[in-house]
Write a protein of this length. Structure first.
Length: 558
């Protein structure tokens, strides 16, 4: 098996002298042309603390490649900051960035003839974007997580970006002063790394390690730690091993591997965004994963991680006590994982866990016999309000069902204005629509309104449903990803103020207590919004994107 399966067409033969001449200008020597070419996709940018250090990590990864018989080439792709764009029109571009990242990595790797690929991601959409590209290309690949941020400290307690969002609600409720709000703002983000709870970035990093596409321990390392640099060097070394064995992403990203990833997301109490991203990643890998699989698996998997946003502890604490490998060991020993799945180590998950000890204790990570919740916190709901599915995040702390009267908003901004002006009362079901993949477009995350609700102390008394998404930092009684979305004329577009809405996580239903006849009459009067105001990336995305229940993908899928 040639180690230069793709790059030989770029570097070999007299007719490729012009190609080699270009490569000499970027540092190639005669010996480099005989080596496999390894693309190192860096998501470095100074637009967010999640990614501000990734150029350093990319350089470490090249050391591992170059010292083990490969020739590395670093190239960049984009990132946007969810935390900075949250609650603004800029958030429309967040999910779009996942597709841009995937397309750009595929484009560069395909054009330059890379034999293997290392990708390094930080902020939320980096990770699934990298994995989608890897699955499409299907060349030996390893993903490296940029690592979690260290928590900030305010009044001797750990704080993070979600603390700031919730402080906005507390300030609007006159529970803290403006000076206190600014003090929390100044303390929350102390340096590089992704948001410090079991939010979307840490959820997806953990899912990708469980999937087998990162080295053991990669997902639970602090961004500024020595371990993270070592992880990058080791990834470079291991990638050459994958090329030697011709182990490719689709050999690893199987249906059972995705089931392992879902299991870990549930056990960790992870972000609802995992549903969207895992569906998209599976589609790119030609794996027939369905939204219903999350309920099937969720019936037997308990939530055992006491991590923010629903729990007490920060991600740094989980890293400190051993991180993901001992958690995988706990789940594997309980026969909740498929041990035969191949990983980027070249070994199976079972083999990776052979010498791992479960020293997690029962504080940050609970025992399987005494879980935080006996089944999944992620519930796929259907019913006359979401006939194609919706995604609920129900920790159990807010109860398992909710019924109340609809208060309808046609944008996130409208809802946020009502919350901050104290117009929301106990028993309300806030409906935010026209925020879906097509209608937003871009399916914005609703962290600002949900955090403001929590900050006002209404987390157990108000529900929020939307065809948009939620941040991994969201908690409370929330249902998102409602499909069909409002832009497509789904039932969420037909809700009126005062309609009775019923959410039942046990029955897995989301219902509007209105007759079918009445809904049909409302549908006749409904008109689809235009796209005339859209241009560029927003227009293209709105035209191409699929339903959230299929992962909001923009290519053909399976």
């Amino acid at each position: 098996m040639s180690k230069k399966k793709y790059s030989t067409f770029v570097t070999d033969g007299p007719d490729k002298a012009p190609n080699r001449a270009m490569l000499r200008a970027v540092g190639f020597t005669n010996s480099d042309f005989k080596k496999p070419l390894i693309g190192v996709a860096s998501t470095w940018a100074m637009v967010t603390p999640c990614n501000m250090h990734i150029d350093i990590l990319a350089n470490e990864a090249t050391k591992g490649v170059n010292s083990n018989g490969g020739k590395s080439i670093i190239f960049n792709t984009i990132t946007v900051s969810d935390g900075i764009s949250m609650g603004t029109p800029g958030m429309k571009y967040s999910l779009i960035s996942r597709e841009v990242i995937a397309d750009s990595i595929e484009t560069v790797s395909g054009a330059e003839g890379f034999d293997g690929l290392i990708t390094i991601g930080g902020c939320d959409k980096n990770m699934p974007g990298c994995l989608i590209a890897m699955a499409r290309l299907n060349r030996p690949s390893i993903f490296i997580y940029g690592g979690s941020i260290l928590p900030g400290t305010y009044k001797k307690k750990p704080v993070d970006v979600v603390s700031v969002f919730e402080a906005v609600g507390a300030y609007s409720n006159k529970e803290i002063s403006r000076n206190e709000l600014y003090d929390i703002e100044e303390a929350a983000i102390p340096g590089p790394g992704s948001c410090g709870g079991m939010y979307t970035a840490n959820t997806m990093a953990s899912a990708i390690e469980a999937l087998g596409m990162s080295l053991p321990g990669s997902s639970t390392q602090i961004a500024v730690s020595r371990n993270k640099k070592t992880d990058c060097i080791n990834a470079g070394k291991k990638l050459i091993g994958l090329i030697n064995k011709d182990i490719k992403p689709r050999d690893i990203m199987t249906k059972k591997a995705f089931e392992n990833a879902i299991t870990v997301v549930i056990a960790l109490g992870g972000s609802t965004n995992a549903v969207l991203h895992l569906l998209a990643m599976a589609s790119a890998a030609n794996v027939k994963l369905k939204i219903e699989d999350f309920n099937r698996i969720g019936k037997k998997i308990p939530v055992i991680a006491d991590l923010k946003p629903s729990g007490k502890h920060m991600m740094a604490k989980f890293c400190e006590i051993g991180g993901l490998p001992p958690l995988l060991k706990r789940l594997y020993d309980a026969k909740l994982l498929h041990g035969e799945c191949l990983t980027v180590t070249g070994k199976t998950l079972k083999e990776n866990l052979k010498n791992v000890k479960d020293n997690l204790g029962n504080n940050v990570i609970k025992s399987l016999n005494n879980p935080i919740k006996k089944d999944s916190h992620i519930c796929i709901l259907k019913g006359n309000l979401s006939p194609e599915g919706s995604v609920a995040k129900i920790s159990g702390k807010e109860g398992l069902s909710f019924e109340g009267k609809a208060v309808v908003f046609n944008s996130e901004e409208q809802c946020m204005n009502a919350i901050l002006n104290k117009k929301i009362k106990k028993g309300d079901v806030l409906v935010i629509r026209y925020e879906g993949p097509k209608g937003g477009p871009g399916m914005r995350e609703m962290l600002a309104p949900t955090s403001a609700i929590m900050g006002q102390g209404l987390g157990s008394d108000v529900a929020l449903i939307t065809d948009g998404r939620f941040s991994g930092g969201t908690h409370g009684f929330v249902v998102g990803h409602i499909t069909p979305e409002a832009f497509d004329g789904g039932p969420i577009a037909l809700i009126k103020n005062g309609d009775q809405i019923k959410i039942d996580s046990k029955k897995k239903t989301l219902e509007i207590i209105v007759t079918q006849k009445e809904l049909k009459q409302r549908k006749k009067l409904w008109k689809q919004p235009t796209r005339n105001h859209l241009t560029g990336a927003l227009y293209k995305y709105s035209m191409l994107v699929s339903s959230a229940s299929y992962g909001a993908i923009t290519d053909r899928g399976i």
